[in-house]
Ligand binder design. Structure first.
Ligand SMILES: CCCCCCCCCCCCC/C=C/[C@@H](O)[C@H](CO)NC(=O)CCCCCCCCCCCCCCC
Ligand SMILES: Nc1ncnc2c1ncn2[C@@H]1O[C@H](COP(=O)(O)OP(=O)(O)OP(=O)(O)O)[C@@H](O)[C@H]1O
Ligand SMILES: [Ca+2]
Length: 460
């Protein structure tokens, strides 16, 4: 159908208008209302007017490029798209080019080099956070190349991407979707695409020795989350449960890592990581401020169980408030959470607080800073031969452990978990790029007291 009204059949047919209705827990549903009109001319006038009103909404996409990961999460990507999303796009007169990916990085490389981006109003991915990360890497790299920007320079100002990205959740964690929409529900996400929502988001660039490594949108985690990921990658066959298994195992292993974290605090912003307010849809604290004066870098040295940088809350079904509940999606900062070496019992208390409303930062061994840039340097390693050292270190360590089975020392290095991908270097430099990308989302809406009055329905 080429209009939001259907069916449009001869003689006195009923005319149906589809619209968005809010349901529980941030879910959106498609409903319809059927009108009967005995006066054919009046009916036609109504149809014409509604069509014109909808066409005038330029923020709504008309052509989308869709990538489906058939192997993400519970391997339901294709089925979710065909059954739940494609019919809605068709109903809203959105045309699509669909690519089912054949290998990892297929979507990234297609976007980077081949895709004819001018044809589209947006890119949609069906998968988890890993698939979204592929789309971001493809689009951001393509935009920098097209604009002659060198990604390898950590100080370079990156050019924002013009195409919006939609996420149809079909992964294991879906934390980007959860934190930008409030729920990981394919129909809700499809409806946010259809109504043409727009949510800007920060992107962190990660460098090692003036070489670009990766972008991060949600979590950069060294120590605990790096070790959980490294272990869970060997257990992909377990599906989403691999994270709980590896989480439990890593918790028991209780390794700590020594190093120095230096950071540039964001002092000229309104919010702090300890705020009780949350990043919500509508006017809020979420904007890019320009630093007014130079502030000095802070340095924290020590032994850490975890070093986490959360550029957004990282709320997900496992942790409904997230790693940094007050983090903002698009304020140009990341919340640097440093968890110093402590007892297993205390670390468990800290982890448990992620599952409730209790403050996980209110503990003597945890500190949190809202920053614009940071660097991490592991102890024993300040030069280029880090990787060699790392390999030798691993061999040495396993040898020592074989010789002394009861020893409880930690290995020298962990890995960085960069949005679910393992980085090859421990020493990294990170900078936040304010509002580099845009999503088909609007942030999490407060649940209004009188839903119907505060949020009028929206026709498809
Ligand atoms: C006692 C329960 C404590 C539960 C504490 C839960 C905190 C969970 C916080 C989750 C934050 C997810 C951040 C998202 C990162 C994504 O960019 C990335 C890509 O999808 N996902 C992961 O790396 C996937 C990372 C998944 C990490 C799961 C960690 C699970 C920890 C379980 C610890 C169990 C200890 C039990 C001791 C008896
Ligand atoms: N056709 C494919 N075959 C194998 N791997 C793929 C394919 N398409 C994409 N991938 C890769 O699969 C990885 C995981 O995908 P995805 O993010 O969709 O699911 P997930 O890992 O289960 O979820 P999450 O990232 O939320 O934990 C991604 O890193 C992506 O690069
Ligand atoms: Ca942020």
């Amino acid at each position: 159908p080429s209009s939001p009204l259907y069916p449009v059949t001869p003689s006195r047919p009923p005319s149906t208008v589809s619209y968005v209705e809010r349901a529980r827990q941030h879910r959106w549903r498609c409903s319809d209302v059927t009108f009967h009109c005995s006066d054919g001319a009046l009916r036609q006038q109504w149809i014409q007017t509604i069509r014109e009103q909808l066409t005038a909404l330029t923020s709504r996409p008309k052509h989308l490029l869709v990538y489906i990961n058939p192997y993400g999460g519970k391997q339901q990507g294709e089925c979710i798209y065909e059954q739940k999303v494609a019919p809605l796009f068709a109903c809203a007169s959105i045309s699509t080019d669909v690519i089912v990916t054949e290998h990892a990085n297929h979507a990234r490389d297609h976007l980077k080099t081949e895709a004819e981006l001018k044809k589209y109003d947006g890119v949609v991915c069906v998968g988890g956070d890993g698939m979204f990360s592929e789309i971001v890497h493809g689009l951001v790299s393509r935009t920098q190349r097209d604009n002659g920007v060198d990604q390898n320079s950590p100080e370079e100002k990156l050019v924002p991407c013009s195409l919006r990205i939609g996420i149809i959740p079909a992964g294991s964690t879906d934390c980007i979707c959860y934190a930008t929409v409030g729920i990981n529900d394919p129909v809700t996400s499809a409806l946010h695409v259809i109504v043409g929502d727009s949510q800007p988001m920060d992107v962190c660039s990660v460098h090692h020795n003036n070489t670009f490594l990766r972008y991060s949108i949600s979590l950069l985690g060294y120590g605990f989350y790096g070790d959980v990921l490294a272990d869970s990658e060997r257990k992909r066959w377990m599906g989403p449960a691999r994270y709980d298994f590896s989480g439990f195992k890593t918790f028991l292993t209780h390794h700590h890592y020594e190093g120095a974290v230096s950071f540039l605090p964001a002092t000229d912003i309104l919010g702090t990581p300890r705020d009780k307010t949350r990043c919500r849809a509508g006017p809020n604290l979420c904007f890019c401020s320009i630093p007014e004066y130079e502030v000095g870098w802070g340095v924290v040295r020590g032994k850490f169980l975890a070093i986490n940088a959360a550029s957004m809350s990282c709320a997900c079904p496992r942790s409904p408030m997230g790693l940094s509940p007050a983090a903002h999606l698009a304020d140009g900062t990341t919340d640097l959470i440093l968890v110093r070496k402590c007892s297993r019992f205390n670390f468990l208390r800290h982890l448990l607080r992620h599952t409730s409303k209790d403050d996980q930062f209110d503990m003597t061994f945890v500190e949190v800073h809202r920053v614009r840039r940071f660097r991490f340097t592991p102890r024993h390693c300040q030069n280029d031969s880090e990787l060699d050292l790392r390999e030798n270190g691993k061999q040495l360590f396993s040898q020592i452990c074989r010789d002394h089975p009861a020893c409880s020392c930690s290995p020298a290095y962990s890995s960085w978990n960069c949005d679910g991908e393992i980085l090859p270097h421990a020493a990294i430099e990170v900078g936040v790029h304010c509002q580099l990308i845009k999503l088909f989302a609007r942030g999490i809406e407060e649940q209004p007291l009188f839903e119907d009055l505060a949020n009028p329905p929206c026709a498809l």
